[in-house]
Design a protein around this ligand. Structure first.
Ligand code: GDP
Length: 195
């Protein structure tokens, strides 16, 4: 995909603010600091349209990015940040659940996990939740450049096993630093947009 235009449409906190057209959406979810903003920026060839956070967990909005006036990435707020209060955690849960359960524009959730480590309990819970609600999911393992090549197969196996990844769900490895994986992921997204 050649990205000619990318812009943030709205940072939403509630349903009334979701864009009301019928453009297709890909939602991104993952723990704070996993590399969601870096992923979006790398995919659309921008340095900093999506904010890369020095303060993990700060963003509690759902950011809608319009790409080529054709579809959207929806950056959902990250989970698993220790310093977040119980109340904020609940607010987060309601916000995410609402979007994921009612949004008809949603085509696929991209669940980002850190390729260096086993999936966290929150990652596993998130994946199970998505599967329970039968939401199409692809897992993207980030920070590939930080893992030695000799570890790649082992870490892929670990992610598949820990998440109990369904056979039909794709697993991609990705580096925002050197852009490895970018073309494969675009191909996957374009195939969905075509159907
Ligand atoms: P977010 O909180 O999920 O949006 O995470 P960010 O995109 O802000 O990334 C968190 C940190 O990880 C930043 O310091 C990024 O530079 C770094 N990072 C993200 N993706 C990669 C990657 O693929 N490779 C490397 N080496 N660092 C990454």
């Amino acid at each position: 995909m050649k990205v000619n235009k990318a812009e943030i449409i709205i940072s939403a906190v509630e349903e009334a603010q979701y864009p009301s057209d019928e453009l297709l959406e890909f939602a991104l979810i993952g723990r704070s600091n996993v590399g969601k903003s870096s992923f979006i920026n790398a995919m659309i060839n921008r340095k900093a349209l999506a904010r890369t956070s020095s303060q993990p967990g700060k963003t509690q909005t759902m950011n809608f990015y319009l790409i080529n006036e054709m579809f959207r990435f929806v950056d959902l707020p990250g989970y698993g940040y220790a310093k977040v209060s119980q109340k904020e955690r609940e607010k987060w849960g309601q916000m995410i659940e609402k979007y994921l359960s009612i949004r008809e524009n949603l085509q696929c959730v991209l669940l980002l996990v850190d390729f260096r480590h086993p999936p966290t309990r929150d990652d596993i819970a998130m994946y199970q939740w998505l599967k329970h609600f039968q939401i199409k999911t692809a897992v993207i393992a980030t920070k590939l450049d930080k893992v030695k090549r000799s570890q790649h197969q082992k870490n892929k196996k670990m992610i598949k096993e820990d998440l109990q990844l369904n056979k039909g769900d794709a697993l991609f490895t990705f580096s925002a630093q050197d852009k490895t994986g970018k073309e494969e992921i675009w191909q996957f997204l374009e195939d969905i947009l075509k159907t």
